[in-house]
Design a protein around this ligand. Structure first.
Ligand SMILES: [Zn+2]
Length: 145
């Protein structure tokens, strides 16, 4: 990810944005306006989504997964399952109760096995609320993966 100037805040904003959060949501998490986020990212040459992002579809083991509003890929057929969980379970077997699959690099579209790790649900929730801030995390907490 190109970050011309050393700015962890802008980099974090950008990574949230790339995960599918809108500029307004990212702004809310940081307590700034949508315009401020836009300015911070564009001044640093960070790429912004085009107005109509392409629908992202992934296929895994004969199942279709589409990208949801929360940034995660979920299957289009019943039972609805999350791609990252299915990939993990295919390799390692069922995910034990109380554990969740986390994307190590925080990129929900990067579902390579090496990017997935098990975490206790409680730790996972904590990690995401630290990264996302309260405004965003409460909305996405339930569907976190
Ligand atoms: Zn996670």
């Amino acid at each position: 990810m190109p970050v011309p100037r050393q700015d962890p805040k802008a980099a974090l904003m950008h990574s949230l944005y790339l995960q599918g959060h809108s500029l307004a949501e990212v702004g809310r998490a940081f307590g700034v306006s949508r315009q401020t986020v836009f300015k911070m990212l564009s001044q640093r040459g960070l790429k912004l989504r085009s107005k109509s992002p392409p629908i992202m579809v992934v296929e895994f083991a004969g199942t279709r997964y589409t990208r949801r509003a929360n940034g995660y890929f979920a299957s289009t057929s019943n039972p609805r399952t999350y791609l990252h969980r299915d990939i993990y379970e295919k390799a390692h077997g069922p995910i034990p109760d109380g554990l969740e699959v986390h994307h190590k690099n925080e990129d929900k579209t990067d579902n390579r096995l090496g990017n997935l790790e098990l975490m206790r649900s409680s730790d996972h929730g904590k990690l995401h609320s630290l990264v996302l801030g309260r405004g965003v995390s409460t909305r996405f907490k339930k569907k976190m993966g």
